[in-house]
Design a protein around this ligand. Structure first.
Ligand code: NAD
Length: 367
């Protein structure tokens, strides 16, 4: 019986509330599918600042290094927002984790069931079948990490700030490979998004993705789109995309636009895959809901646990190679929601259930 060894970093506010439900669902799946779980919890974010004086304690990092994957909740909130920016939970915990494990590929499914079409700001007739697309964002390069990154006072007294957008061909090739694999697991359609009419990095991006796909994936239909057009197309007709791949900053913006178009943050999960392999020879990854710590609803037992539950499905798929179990969880969430179990964020004023009852419905739908 395989044993799944992973770190559990629940974080702050609704983080622990939805994490405990996700682990309960995962426990049921493990029993049914015949695998064992070895989750180990550690402090991260604001909770870690309170207990250990820093958002990513050394013990937490060590635990992650000894694990095959990280199941992450979310961090931050009003309690810590007066700390200096560098010590803020998100910046001091998530960014170092991304950097330490070179989590270069952020995979975000943009999924909206047709039954939840009302959650989208788009008109229902534009999305009669809901939304089912995937955003792949490069996460460790580009404008957010390039050097120089500085503010200087010039000789004439004016002040100038510089950020640097930089990409290497090897960085583009490895995210292209991830995107091609994702496209192959779906409709074999990949759209690469850039700004090749203006930016040097985008010219290299487009050339590299095209050459890599021609060499390694002639079976995948590749198209290219400028980012300003992509931002419009995402609200005009999101389903024209199947899988799209883009650089760090464009992906930051487009993935948030996609989240809004897909309705509630409580339903959206994400995977950040690393360059390294875990002890099973599969990608090490960090799996988390797309949303934050939702302090406005924390402690009330009303948060939607589905995004965290769906994050466990992504972990099973990518870091443990358990596709069948992953699909089983995704199907159970879908059955529970379409069967009428809805937390407040997806109930549109109708009857709603709390966090525990929502995960109970998912567990019931597993059978
Ligand atoms: P948020 O995503 O926490 O909340 C935005 C809105 O979505 C809120 O109305 C919230 O109630 C709702 N929401 C989010 N998740 C939900 C769920 N599971 N069920 C039901 N409703 C849900 O964004 P915010 O309010 O801007 O941020 C709150 C804190 O979270 C901030 O400190 C921010 O820095 C942090 N944050 C952390 C992460 C992370 O850890 N990866 C990501 C985003 C924001």
């Amino acid at each position: 019986m395989p044993t799944l060894k992973f770190a559990v970093l629940a974080g702050d506010y609704i983080g622990p509330e939805v994490m405990s439900e996700a682990l309960r669902v995962l426990g049921h799946v493990a029993r049914r599918e015949g695998f064992a779980l070895e989750p180990t919890a550690a402090d991260v974010g604001g909770a870690a600042i309170d207990r250990h004086g820093k958002a990513l304690p050394d013990d937490t990092l060590r635990l992650c290094e000894q694990s095959d994957a990280i199941l992450f909740g979310s961090v931050g909130g009003p309690k810590w927002e007066n700390l200096p920016p560098k010590e803020q939970p998100e910046r001091a915990a998530l960014l170092p984790l991304r950097k330490h494990f070179t989590l270069f590929a952020n995979i975000r499914p943009g999924l909206l069931y047709p039954e939840l079409a009302a959650a989208s700001p788009l008109k229902s007739e534009r999305i009669p079948d809901g939304i089912d697309i995937v955003c792949i964002r490069e996460l460790t390069g580009g404008l957010y990490f390039g050097r120089p990154k500085e503010t200087t006072t010039l000789a004439d007294g004016d002040v100038q700030a510089v950020d640097t957008m930089v990409y290497r061909r090897s960085e583009i090739e490895r995210i292209a490979a991830t995107a091609i694999a994702a496209a192959r697991s779906r409709k074999k359609r990949l759209c690469s998004i850039d700004k090749a009419n203006i930016l040097e990095t985008s010219v290299l991006w487009r050339k590299t993705v095209a050459a890599y796909a021609a060499r390694h994936a002639p079976d995948v239909e590749l198209s290219h789109m400028y980012v300003d057009n992509a931002a419009m197309q995402l609200v005009r007709n999101p389903n024209q995309f199947d899988v799209f791949v883009t650089e760090n900053m464009f992906g930051d913006i487009l993935s948030d636009e996609m989240a809004v178009v897909c309705g509630s943050l409580g339903m959206l999960s994400s995977a950040s895959l690393g360059a390294g392999r875990n002890s099973l020879g599969l990608p090490f990854g960090l799996y988390e809901p797309a949303g934050g710590t939702a302090p406005d609803i924390a402690g009330k037992g009303v948060a939607n646990p589905c995004a965290q539950i769906l994050s466990t499905a992504l972990m099973l798929r990518y870091s443990f190679g358990l596709e069948e179990a992953a699909s089983r969880i995704e199907a159970a969430v879908r059955r529970a929601v379409t069967g009428g179990a809805r937390t407040a964020d997806i109930s549109f004023g109708g009857a709603c259930v709390g966090t525990r009852a929502m995960s109970d419905a998912v567990i019931a739908a597993l059978s």
